[in-house]
Design a protein around this ligand. Sequence first.
Ligand code: UFG
Length: 340
Amino acid sequence: MKILVTGGTGYIGSHTVVELQQEGYEVVMIDNFENSQPFIVDHIQKITSVRPHVKQVDLRDKAALYDVFKTYSDIVAVVHFAAYKAVGESVAHPLKYYQNNIGGTTNLLEVMQAHRVHDMVFSSSCTVYGDVANPPVDESAPVVKANSPYGNTKKICEEILQDQTATANLRVVSLRYFNPVGAHDSALLGELPVGVPNNLVPFITQTAIGKRQKLTVFGDDYPTADGTCIRDYIHVVDLAKAHVAAISYLKKQAATNGYYVFNIGTGKGNSVMEVIRSFEKVSGTKLHYEIGPRRAGDVVQIYAVCNKAQHELGWKASRDLDNCMQTAWHWEQQLKNLNL
Ligand code: UFG
């Protein structure tokens, strides 16, 4: 079965392409390579011994998208990652985010419909739950007003997909990721932040390798056991496998249309300090960090209830925080060897 993966050279996309190929799917990947690197395709090939079909396409270019579906007329499902994802940048450039993330998704839906491709897995985020009063959070929790244009694009895309599945011959699984971290065991794939990382784990590994001077912990006066914020850190390979499970799930559905939402996390919350301690333990290094002020917009704590994914997708996270930090560290060391 041929699967189209948009944003296939990105962090989560590349790991998903690997898992799909290892499950025997044939992958066509498209990417505009704006925030990713072509060498990732070689690394996917190294891991799986299969080179995916690759096209440089921007989802805002509808004609190019039509061409992809014409060239690969036997695509049976789409896994849709391609989007901008930097929260701070989205506040400074909201239109850029709305045009790319929403415009890209509506183009994709139109072209899928024209080519009678009926199944999609969408890359959503726990950001749609906002600041949850009583974690853990399950899928019945209300979707609230987003606290950034980035978060709003995820919320709006979910609404568009839900509306479209109500009328069209379309089935969509939205996976609401918690905090994706870690890297492939081969150290050939991992997160490649553009510029200074916004996220905790790449900031930790870049500090440890010497690219950054020190990590600032954004606040230690939150109402949590050690005063730092709590998140549900999910290993990117576990997360990638959830997409493969979602494709099987869609193919098993009897209904011709439907919208299905799943939380994808570990079900366990870890504080920023626990993440730092785990990194220090597995890397055998002392991390240079200091406590700084809170970062605007951070929620105190959020972690997932993932029972629905376990029961309906047959998916469950298998890796712990130490494995996340170990693989992220190996990847950072590998990047140094590649001079990246
Ligand atoms: N943190 C630090 N120092 C840093 C970076 C992060 O202390 O240099 C802390 C943050 O304050 C937070 C935790 O580490 O408590 C995790 O922060 P990340 O930036 O790694 O992740 P977020 O939970 O803020 O963001 C993630 C995704 C976003 C998504 C958001 C939804 O990266 O795409 O969850 O809640 F929008």
